[in-house]
Design a binder for this molecule. Sequence first.
Ligand code: 5GP
Length: 376
Amino acid sequence: MKDEKIRLYDKTFKPYIRHERILDAIDGVARELNADFNGCQDIPVILCVLNGSIPFTGELLQRIDFPCQVISIKMSSYQGTTSTGTVLNVMGLTDSVKGRRVIICEDIVDTGNTIVALKEMLLDKEGAAEVKICTLLLKPDVYDKPVKLDYVGMEIPNAFIVGFGLDYNELGRNIRDIYVIDDKMKYYILFGPPGAGKGTQAGAIAQKYNLKHISTGELLRAEIAAGTELGKQAKSLIDAGSLVPDSVVEGMIENAFDTVKNVDGFLLDGFPRNLTQAADLDKILAKRGEEVTAVVGLMIDDEMIYQRIRGRAVIEGRADDANDEIIANRIRTYHSQTEPLIDYYKKAGKYWEVDVDGGTIEENRARVLAKMDTIA
Ligand code: 5GP
């Protein structure tokens, strides 16, 4: 099994049940079926519930040693990642099951709406003689029906999974192993010296991974522009290339964590800038049962910092970019206060680096996104 996470559309999934373990579960189910149907005089129907049960039914068939006929039906009750509750009989049975013993092969039973409706339909409308339910997976915490599940391969907690036939909006059915959705909030830190291009690259990263980009510099500049008390305090410090007090910046960040909705996480840019802030961030996240996901460092050397910032000063007219002395002060502050964070996050196994010294903005963006893909 690959250890990496995978992305399907907008969601990330992490490895969960490996192929060999799935086959073990199918071996178990097949043994039970073979024991129960051993020496049968009729030809029971193996009913494959399309499309999710195709791999399960395929593997099961190879292990069944009594005569059987395969019939399929297509039902659907899922849209996106939650059960809709309404069971749709999309495609009818591919053959009659009248008077037959039927073994329904289902990939997964969640609420049980699908399987219970199907069993009733087979008995009442289609005239099946007997219906047994066989499911590869069961979510016992969600299943709330009085109907007995005759054969269960494996029980799993209530989480959305894909792979081995199971899909997310039709993707993922062909994956050998089963993956589970990774829905923990993500807290990425975009790290690097001034002028490394954090602000330039942040938008694309935030968009690709559905993150809220939080630039503490921008938040502060907005306060300054609005002329708030906080803005006035911050202005003189920022104009001199110094750092605003930790408590002020952290207050703004916590506020964003509390109020921003409908994102998969946050992309912090310009925070933390020193070890105290990093430790504070760990505390802020720990209170929420969360942690820093990863730190992505954009690296350039000091000479490139001067070049980039002088160029930016012409375009954006930021006071903290205005002259070489202020830039030098920011570089000193970076080396003395911010750079130690690299070791801090390396020790935590959370630091990744991208070299953005050469290359166009687009090339560097591609490098950063490629790196993010390996850790997202
Ligand atoms: P139920 O009717 O039991 O709520 O849901 C059964 C159907 O929902 C399954 O046949 C399957 O198509 C879908 N389903 C339930 N849980 C999951 C899941 O975790 N992942 C995926 N991909 N589909 C699921």
